[in-house]
Write a protein that binds this ligand. Structure first.
Ligand code: FAD
Ligand code: PYC
Length: 417
């Protein structure tokens, strides 16, 4: 878009009092039948629908969302993007996602505000340092950028941080992925929705899926608040409600649904131009483009569907943040909320086939699936279209909990699962 066009369009829209804007996507009534139905209108579901239509020519697709697009974890997360996972399988998948992030605004023609401001994970003891060194070396061997920083380098990189951290958890070093950063979460959902709609995908909102019709072990379609919709294939991408969907389809998943919470402060001038994470104290922080400090914690340690979380977790997290950044003590917190994340025993996702023929599942991203949104949608689309996993997600099958080939990423998750 040229500067001239954007100035004229700004003036025109200002004079029009923001009225009569065209809808960014249609709201069609569902057709009786589709080639593919995607259940769940978060970033992963929308990305799946988009790549099915764009890359695989599967355009007779409906996406069914029980509420509004991005109203689940996509619109509730703290937008951290990185690809520095430990095991080759994960690193390859998250790095594929990172490469898609790097061209996403152009691909969707929608500014997702991807900002590669760096993600720095802190080490507070010798064990952290050794684990980070192992992970950093594994990343570099796999072609993923990673740097180990000394305390002096960290102080120069983040002057506002107090490395003594109140004496309890002094900062002894850290691992930095400079290509990591943040993106605007709603824009990701809206950008994928608009682009998928333009390719013919029907996006049906406010219509919960309430059941599946299964005949002879093969899925026939989905029951929804708007009636039965026939489908040759069904992809389930409902994050914290994956266990509920699996139950409706008659199989079990090794996931627990737990709250994960976050908070934002009142907005202040720019003071923090990177993302800081600390697994040891279960806290992380970045500053949004609006100036708010975005702060998050590890998952709450109970199973539930309340999108809030417990006071104890937010208090502990804020305590740790204030030790690392004493000057933030005077800030007021504006909002706190939670999302429901589905967690696998190995802190890695499940992306692949289910015991029901024609039914596929993408779940178990736990505390860390936002960063995977483009890559997850891309591999899930390939899996659905070709009836078999892509090489990038073959290891993330449901079957791994039977064979024992688990991919333990608890350490690299950064945020406690
Ligand atoms: P969602 O966005 O939750 O989409 C699932 C959709 O399914 C929802 O819209 C829901 O309404 C819909 N649905 C559910 N049941 C039904 C039904 N019966 N019928 C139809 N639709 C249904 N990850 C990171 O990588 N970086 C972070 O910084 C980060 N921070 C986080 C902070 C918080 C507080 C939370 C809660 C999560 C965070 N995550 C982060 C994790 C990340 O948000 C999720 O892994 C990711 O957004 C999951 O995307 P999704 O599209 O699968 O899920
Ligand atoms: O997985 O990097 C992550 C993350 C950061 C905050 C929540 N999850």
């Amino acid at each position: 878009m040229s500067a001239r066009y954007s100035i004229f369009s700004l003036i025109r829209n200002a004079l029009a009092y923001h009225e009569d804007w065209p809808a960014a996507w249609r709201s069609p009534e569902p057709k009786p039948a589709y080639d593919v139905v995607i259940v769940g209108g978060g970033g992963h579901g929308l990305a799946t629908a988009y790549y099915l239509a764009k890359e695989l020519g599967v355009r007779n697709v409906a996406l069914i969302e029980r509420g509004w697009l991005g109203g689940g974890n996509t619109g509730r997360n703290t937008t951290i993007v990185r690809s520095n996972y430990l095991w080759d399988e994960s690193a390859a998948l998250y790095e594929h996602s990172m490469k898609l992030w790097e061209g996403l605004s152009q691909d969707l023609n929608y500014n997702v505000m991807f900002s590669q401001r760096g993600v720095l994970s802190l080490a507070h003891n010798q064990h952290d340092l050794r684990a980070q060194s192992r992970q950093s070396n594994a990343n570099r061997l796999g072609g993923i950028d990673s740097e180990l920083l000394t305390p002096a380098q960290i102080k120069a990189f983040v002057p506002i941080m107090d490395l003594r951290a109140g004496g309890r958890y002094p900062v002894l070093g850290g691992a930095l992925q400079r290509r990591g950063g943040t993106a605007r979460h709603d824009a990701v959902a809206w950008g994928y929705a608009r682009a998928a709609d333009a390719l013919g995908v029907d996006i049906i909102q406010e219509s919960p899926v309430t059941g599946f019709r299964i005949d002879n072990g093969r899925v026939q379609g989905v029951e929804t608040a708007k009636g039965f919709i026939q489908a040759d294939k069904v992809g389930i991408v409902v994050a914290g409600h994956s266990g509920v969907m699996a139950d409706l389809a008659g199989f079990r998943l090794p996931v627990t649904s737990q709250p994960l919470q976050a908070l934002v402060s009142e907005p202040i001038k720019p003071v923090l131009d990177t993302v800081i994470m600390s697994g040891a104290v279960h806290a992380y922080i970045s500053q949004s483009d609006k100036g708010e400090l975005v702060i998050g914690a590890g998952a709450d340690r109970y199973v539930g569907y309340g999108q809030r979380g417990s006071m104890q977790v937010s208090e502990d997290t804020l305590g740790a943040i204030c030790e690392l950044f004493p000057s933030f003590r005077r800030l007021r917190m504006m909002r706190q909320w939670g999302g429901i994340v589905d967690i696998c025993p190995d802190a890695s996702p499940i992306i692949g086939k289910t015991p029901v023929e024609g039914m596929f599942i993408n779940c178990g991203w736990g505390t860390g699936g936002f960063k995977a949104t483009p890559g997850s949608g891309w591999v899930f689309a390939q899996t659905i279209a070709h009836d078999r996993p892509h090489d990038l997600n073959a290891a993330f099958s449901l079957d791994r909990f039977r064979t024992g080939y688990i991919i333990d990423e608890h350490g690299a998750a950064g945020v406690a699962h």
